[in-house]
Design a protein around this ligand. Structure first.
Ligand SMILES: [Zn+2]
Length: 126
């Protein structure tokens, strides 16, 4: 038990020693009138984190503006896609285009859409 305690104290002391060295370095730099070096170091260390933070929110904003959720005009399957791209419906494989927040069916020129209706047999006999 005594050995464990001394090992823990050693680990803690090594951590404190590191911070004491940093603190001594900071005090030395500011006493020499090199505070601007310290400010630049802090700026250079924090700059990547600030840029990452800004990039994360910019990406979130961009995705929020460009993602579209709609139903396939052919089979009615609801899914999401990015604005302004050509995709295939994951359910029926129909080629679709995303325009103005809606899914539009891409059909070759000359294609005529027909809708099948059920007709009773009795109505045909009349
Ligand atoms: Zn579909």
């Amino acid at each position: 038990m005594n050995q464990n305690f001394s090992r823990l104290a050693q680990i803690n002391l090594s951590g404190v020693g590191c911070w004491l060295t940093v603190l001594a370095f900071v005090i030395l730099l500011s006493s020499l009138g090199l505070g601007w070096v310290l400010n630049w170091l802090i700026f250079l260390i924090t700059l990547p984190f600030i840029l990452l933070f800004v990039a994360f929110f910019a990406l979130r904003w961009w995705v929020g503006r460009n993602i579209v959720e709609d139903e396939c005009p052919v089979c009615g399957y609801s899914f999401t896609a990015f604005n302004g791209i050509d995709i295939d419906c994951p359910n029926c494989n129909e080629p679709l285009k995303v325009e103005k927040g809606k899914f539009i069916r891409v059909t070759p020129p000359g294609t005529i859409d027909v809708e099948a209706i059920e007709v009773d047999v009795k109505r045909l006999e009349d």
